[in-house]
Ligand binder design. Structure first.
Ligand SMILES: *Cc1c(COP(=O)(O)O)cnc(C)c1O
Length: 457
């Protein structure tokens, strides 16, 4: 696209004496009318994709009108101003205590937790607590703290690569394979040593939606503990699953019921059903969060402990989370998540029966599933071509390679969120069938220019 560095103002909104184009990369010298500025921004974002048809994202794209009302009443609140907004601060505490109870913390009201800007910040805090605990123990034992490492699957979300990069921790990736599709405790003992600060288990792997079997991972670490004396904790990256499992798989033991689980993080803005900008992290008990990581901010004449990377942060999302907790209750969360799971399983079933595809999983963990092309089906088209065909209809359904050691396998994935109704899902399935029919009728291979996934985890 030719970039002439200016944005043209729709002539209908241009007024006598006002510029008809504005600089893109320089602040205008003069002010403009709010209607005009509004119209420019409004028109620009018209070309973004339709968020309801975005089957790539896990992040909330729909809330009801009372949530919008509450949002507009509270978007001026800064979460860090605990003293100025004591009620918002109190509600933040209620929210993470509710989560602590949902995740079976032994003493939900006596532990430690916080809201964050998303799971990424929450994961960083979980990782930092691991690193500091390990350092304190190593120093106390007169041992070196030079080479900390963190063990996780090769299918981790990018935040864990960032954590290791930013905080100087060696990442140790356990590769996935056809036999071990996620981190399942297999061979774990050969990855951990005295420098392992912790193991990450993912509840709802981003690439496929599968739960990692936390009980098996914990059992493998129990065996390491027994054999070597190394007592290695687990952080649960429950970005999606920590708000699904308590409702849809209540008997699955993945949370603080396992003593080795020290901390759990979740994205409030994924299946917590809030708009973007919210995560949570909770510790099993407050002694697992080293005291020297905690800062105090002034609150009602006293001091309130805080642990966060950001200082200022919107408070409105926290209020929206509390709204959802009240509005939905356990019954509401169950029905919303169950509806998503029903749609995911319906779609997985409909896609799985097509000759062209093999399902990787069926959407019965989090409402997310992936599939690959059946081996030998065709040389004429790939999942990238299918993704392009669906884009013609407005659907965003990404295709991408799996991570090591399966980077030769391309999969395509659908994330079902609140807002993708059964009716919309039927249309999506029709469009997939039609696109596959078109691609299968090709008499030669689709031309390609070195296709690459335009998608990041
Ligand atoms: C989405 C996701 C993250 C990052 O969460 P944000 O809330 O987007 O920062 C981390 N881990 C997993 C497993 C995720 O799915």
């Amino acid at each position: 696209m030719v970039d002439d560095g200016v944005v043209a103002v729709n002539p209908l909104f241009a007024r006598p004496g006002e510029a008809r184009v504005v600089d893109k990369y320089r602040m205008p010298t003069e002010s403009m009318l709010p209607e005009t500025a509004y119209q420019i921004v409004h028109d620009e974002i018209m070309l973004d994709g339709n968020s309801r048809l975005n089957q790539a994202t896990f992040v909330g794209t729909w809330m009801d009108s009372y949530a919008s009302k509450l949002y507009s009443e509270s978007f001026d609140k800064n979460m860090i101003d605990k003293d100025e907004y004591p009620q918002t601060a109190d509600i933040e505490g209620r929210c993470w205590k509710i989560l602590a109870e949902l995740w079976h913390a032994p003493e939900p009201t006596a532990t430690m937790g916080t809201s964050t800007i998303g799971s990424s910040e929450a994961c960083m805090l979980g990782g930092l607590a691991f690193k500091r605990r390990w350092q304190l123990a190593r120093r106390a034992a007169g041992k070196s703290t030079d080479r900390p490492n963190l063990v996780m699957t090769s299918a981790v979300q990018v935040v864990w690569e960032k954590f290791c990069n930013y905080w100087d921790v060696e990442p140790r990736f356990v590769p996935i394979s056809e036999e071990h599709k996620c981190l399942d405790g297999h061979d774990l003992s050969s990855y951990v040593d005295e420098n392992t600060i912790g193991v990450v288990a993912i509840l709802g792997v981003t690439y496929t939606g599968m739960y990692e079997p936390v009980d098996k991972i914990a059992a493998a670490l129990d065996a390491v503990h027994h054999d070597t004396g190394l007592d290695i904790p687990i952080h649960i990256d429950g970005a999606s699953g920590a708000m699904i499992a308590p409702f849809l798989q209540p008997d699955l033991v993945w949370d603080f019921r396992l003593e080795r689980v020290h901390s759990i993080s979740v994205s409030g803005h994924k299946y917590g059903l809030v708009y973007p900008g919210l995560g949570w992290v909770v510790w099993r008990s407050s002694d697992l969060l080293p005291e020297d990581l905690i800062f105090r901010v002034s609150y009602l004449g006293g001091a309130m402990p805080t642990f966060a990377l950001n200082f200022s942060r919107p408070g409105a999302q926290v209020l929206l989370q509390y709204y959802q907790f009240l509005r939905q209750g356990k019954a509401g969360y169950y029905s919303v998540q169950k509806a998503s799971q029903d749609v995911a399983r319906f779609l997985a079933q409909g896609i799985g029966v097509l000759d062209a595809f093999d399902l990787w999983n069926d959407g019965s963990d989090i409402p997310v599933f992936a599939w690959r092309q059946t081996a030998g089906h065709t040389e004429n088209w790939s999942l990238y071509d299918l993704s392009d065909r669906l884009r013609l209809k407005g659907w965003q359904v990404p295709a991408y390679p799996l991570p090591d050691n399966l980077s030769n396998v391309t999969v395509q994935r659908i994330v079902v969120r609140n807002g993708l109704s059964m009716d919309l899902a039927r249309s999506l399935l029709d469009d997939i069938r039609e696109a596959v029919g078109f691609l299968d009728r090709l008499r030669g291979p689709m031309p390609s220019e070195g296709q690459t996934p335009g998608f990041h985890h």
